[in-house]
Ligand binder design. Sequence first.
Ligand code: NDP
Length: 324
Amino acid sequence: MAHAMRIHKVGGPDVMQYEQVEVAAPGAGQVKLKQHAIGVNYIDVYLRTGLYPQPAHPFIPGMEGAGEVIALGAGVTDLKVGDRVAYAGPPGGYATERLMPADRVVKIPDGIDYKTAAAMMLQGMTVRYLIRKTYKVDKNTTLLWHAAAGGVGLIACQWLKSIGATVIATAGGPEKCKMALDAGATHCIDYKKENFVERVKAITGGKLCDVVYDSIGKDTFPASLDCLKPLGLFVTFGNASGPIEAVNPTILSAKGSIYMTRPSLGNYISTRADLVETANDLFDVVKKGTVKINVNHTYALKDAAQAHKDLESRKTTGSIVLTP
Ligand code: NDP
C-alpha cells in the first residue's frame, strides 16, 4: 500500500499527515511512479499555508520528485516500465507512489542518481529560465541574487560563474556567505548585518546592477529596486519573507524607468519542447560538473513537517530531499 503526506486544512507544518493512500492504475497518457526521492521547495510551504491557491482537499503537496516507472497508461509509447524519470510539477510529490502525466516527466540521464535528480528539477530549471530567458545573462552582466546559499541560490551561483557574470550575492550570516562565495559568487553581503543597498553601491562604484533576482519578497522590497541601474530589470520570483503588497507603477519610473516581472517556472516549461530543452540544459551543466547539486538535508517522507520547519526558520542551505 502506498503512503503520502496529506493536507486536510491549511496551516503550520503539522497539518501534513502521513497516511495510507490508494494510487489508481494509470489512465490514458499517464504513468505510475515508484518514487525514490522527493524534492522540498519553498512553494510547498506557500501551498501548505494557503498563500497560493489550494488544490481540492485533501491534497498531497510536493512539486518535484524522481522515481521509476512501474505502470503505463494507454497511449504512452515513449516510456517503459523500469525507466528512471524526474519531474517538476504537478503537485502530489510527497508520496511513495504517484501518477504523472507522461508528457511532464523526463528521463534521468545515466550518472545522475535519484536524490540529485529529485533535488535539481524545480530549482535547477528555475535558475535556467531566470538567467537564460527572463534576462539573458552574459559575462558583462552585473546582478544581485538574494538568498544565495539556498537551494535555488547555490545552483545560480555556480551556473552564473560559468557564464562569467559579476554576481553580488546576499545571505543570512557568515557561514551562508562563505557557501555562496565557494559556489562562485563574486561578492557576498550578509544582509542580516549589512545594508545591502549601500554595499551594492560600494561594490559597483555607484553603477548598480543590470538585474536583481529577489525571492525574499516583503523584507527586501522596495530596497532591492535601489540596486538597479536605470532601465534595469527587477525579477521578483518568490516570497520567502511574505508577499510584496500592492505596488504603484509610478515607483518604476521613480527608480529609473525600471522593468519588473513576476515569473513562474510553469509558464517557461508549459510545452513539452520547452520542458525538454530546459531539462536538457540543466542535465548538461550537472553532468559536466559545472553545477553540483548540494543535497545538504535529507529527511524521511514522514518527517516532512520537520523539513518545512527547518526551511522556514532559515536553518537549511542548498537543497532538501525526502526519501520514501
Ligand atoms: P531556499 O533554500 O532559498 O530557502 C529560502 C531562503 O530565503 C532561506 O534559507 C533564507 O536564506 C531566505 N529568507 C530570507 N528571509 C526569510 C524569511 N523571513 N523566512 C524564510 N526564509 C527567508 O528556498 P528555495 O531554494 O526552495 O526557493 C528559493 C526562492 O525561490 C523561494 O522564494 C521560492 O518561492 C522561489 N522560487 C520561485 C520559483 C519561480 O518560478 N517563481 C521556482 C522555484 C523557487 P537566508 O538565511 O540566507 O536569508
